[in-house]
Design a protein around this ligand. Structure first.
Ligand code: 8X3
Length: 255
């Protein structure tokens, strides 16, 4: 991965941040995106001081199509040659039933998880096709494989990520580019705090009795997919804790 350029969206926390650390440790130069500029700046300082790599920051909200376009145009020439795009930015707010939830919150979820991913892909992939090199790794979810209680809109967005990944793989079949959909099950990150509308206590209790995946566990899988020989395309990976079997069936000790 040495000297490759890896662009990660939603890199300020969770799986995105873990991917940044993993790819940095393997010598990749990073373009890091997130909304929180301060956190990104801290991460840049840390990663550049610990690894012989460079980090370029592109703070924007993936829901802001103009901001994405402007940010990508502003990249210095050498940074434009993106080798790996990790479409990680995503979230869920609340666990409401489909007939009871708030449309404004769902707009944020849909605009980030689907339209944001699509906009970044649309703007980054043409350059990859032109250069004949590139790997798009979408962070999907076990949620995309089937709906579960209180998750219908989030599950729909992750089903969309699967369709967008499959469709892109089809559209790029006559190119050297690869497309991977990494679908984690239960992962303990700040994601769940946002899901429970900032209630860390509820989020923590959700993981009691089970060893959930960490962001690092997922980052290892993302890195593996990115580092296999170029004639190998890992289309999809579903990974979950050992004590999870489906999105609704898991074993929690003492529960
Ligand atoms: C997050 C995993 O199982 O909470 O994408 O939907 S799950």
């Amino acid at each position: 991965m040495k000297d490759r350029i890896v662009f990660i969206t939603g890199a300020s926390s969770g799986i995105g941040e873990a991917c940044a650390r993993k790819f940095a440790s393997q010598g990749a130069n990073l373009i890091l995106n997130a909304r929180n500029t301060n956190v990104l700046e801290q991460l840049k300082i840390e990663l550049e001081s610990k690894n012989a790599i460079s980090v370029y920051l592109l703070p924007f909200d993936v829901r802001d199509r103009d901001a994405i376009a402007k940010a990508l145009v502003s990249l210095p020439e050498k940074w434009k040659k993106i080798d790996v795009l990790i479409n990680n930015a995503g979230l869920v707010i609340g666990m409401d039933k489909e007939h009871e939830g708030q449309l404004d919150e769902w707009d944020i979820v849909i605009d980030t998880n689907i339209k944001g991913l699509l906009a970044v892909t649309r703007l980054v992939v043409p350059g990859m096709v032109e250069r004949g090199i590139g790997h798009i790794i979408n962070i999907g979810s076990i949620a995309g494989d089937g709906a579960y209680p209180g998750g219908s809109v989030y599950c729909a967005t992750k089903a969309a990520v699967k369709a967008l990944s499959d469709g892109l793989r089809i559209d790029l079949v006559n190119t050297p580019l690869r497309v991977t959909n990494v679908k984690p099950g239960m992962v303990e990150t700040n994601f769940s705090v946002v899901r429970f509308r900032g209630d860390k206590g509820v989020a923590d209790r959700f993981y009691e009795g089970i060893q959930a995946l960490s962001g690092d566990d997922v980052a290892e899988t993302v890195y593996f997919a990115a580092s296999v020989p170029v004639h190998v395309q890992i289309a999809e990976v579903l990974l979950m804790p050992t004590n999870q079997a489906t999105s609704t069936i898991s074993y929690k000790e003492n529960y």
